[in-house]
Design a protein around this ligand. Structure first.
Ligand code: COA
Length: 324
């Protein structure tokens, strides 16, 4: 009998500290009006000294496991989508595994920038479909604000910190109908962080490389185009039409990008989960945070059809079509 993955529980982990657009006005030349009208962002959560990606991942994971009624010993696999791991190694998934007491199961990170959660979800789904795992914890967790140049108004106003998680369980009924992943390494220069291990840290330069470099306008255009094609691809692969969709749960980078995808899908904004005004762009955290909010607010109901999508540095982009 075919095996599918079902979402058994969801959870969130947000830092307590909030930075509003008005707060940003104090130290960078910007305005609440500019940020809100160009991006939809009003505030973002930010980590404080000593708070890490794994701390946020742990909160999200525990909430998702409680919602799913799953204990740590039942987990076969933990996958964390992150571009801002606590350490270069061990992976954040290994750190998280020990925190929650799931020692022994497989655990690894996936780096696909803002698409990290969709990529991690897809890997987890494939493990379950292949019969190699029955219960999987999938997390998207980031502390992007750790690598922002707070004097660069082109980037520092866009990002925030946070984590979201889901527990997937094997089931005879779908569940995740399909996932679709893409990447184009040829567009690296449009959105990247130049710091790295093997290219060298250049410690002589203050904050060398510890910053996001982005051609915002170009990224915007590529994102809209890639998301248009990936949402069409997901529906076609399943023989479904736009009208079958109940909810769009998009990556929360920019309200205008979200609205463009909703228009493409002929969906009203009432059918779109929006958190970008509260969270900013939390990279791999954004889609599972939005999903958890949709579930806990009672908007998303069992049996409904959800389309999740994301676009990020790499470029990477992808979707997941889910019968919740
Ligand atoms: N506050 C005030 N002015 C700002 C500003 C800020 N925070 N950031 C940039 N500006 C200025 C620019 O310097 C530019 O000024 P100029 O015309 O004098 O040169 C002007 O605003 C317009 O910049 P532009 O880049 O054309 O604006 P935009 O409408 O494209 O919006 C982004 C900029 C970044 C909001 C938008 O391009 C975007 O969201 N892109 C996608 C980014 C993204 O989602 N990245 C992550 C993908 S996962």
């Amino acid at each position: 009998m075919a095996v599918f993955s079902r979402i058994a529980g969801t959870g969130s982990g947000l830092p307590e500290k909030i930075l509003t657009n008005k707060d940003l006005e104090q130290f960078v030349e910007t305005t609440d009006e500019w940020i809100a009208s160009r991006t939809g962002i009003r505030q973002r959560h930010v980590v404080v000294e000593g708070e890490t990606t794994c701390d946020l991942a742990e909160r999200a994971a525990i909430a998702a496991m409680q919602a799913a009624g799953v204990t740590a010993s039942e987990l076969d696999l933990i996958i964390v989508g992150t571009t801002t791991p606590d350490l270069i190694f061990p992976s954040t998934a290994c750190l998280l595994q020990h925190r929650i007491g799931a020692n022994g199961c497989a655990a690894f990170d996936v780096n696909a920038a803002c698409s990290g959660f969709i990529f991690a979800l897809s890997v987890a789904d494939n493990f379950i479909r292949a019969g190699n795992a029955k219960t999987v914890l999938v997390v998207g967790a980031e502390t992007l604000t750790r690598m922002l140049d707070w004097s660069d108004r082109n980037t520092c106003v866009l990002f925030g910190d946070g984590a979201g998680a889901v527990v997937l369980k094997a089931d005879t009924q779908a569940g995740i109908l399909s996932t679709h992943l893409h990447a184009d390494g040829g567009k690296k220069e449009l959105l990247y962080n130049p710091v790295g291990v093997s290219v060298g840290f250049k410690p002589e330069e203050k904050n060398a490389g510890v910053r996001v470099l982005m051609s915002g306008n170009e990224v915007f255009k590529h994102a809209v185009k890639a998301l248009d094609s990936v949402v069409d691809e997901a529906l076609e692969a399943n023989g479904l039409s736009k009208a079958d969709l109940d909810w769009l749960i998009p990556h929360q980078a920019n309200l205008r990008i979200i609205e463009a995808t909703a228009r493409r899908l002929e969906m009203s904004m009432d059918q779109v989960i929006v958190t970008v005004h509260k969270h900013g762009n939390t990279s791999a955290g954004s889609v599972p945070l939005a999903l958890d909010e949709a579930v806990r607010s009672g908007k998303v109901q069992r049996g409904q059809l959800l389309l999740l999508e994301a676009f990020g540095g790499g470029f990477t982009w992808g979707s997941a079509l889910i019968r919740y």
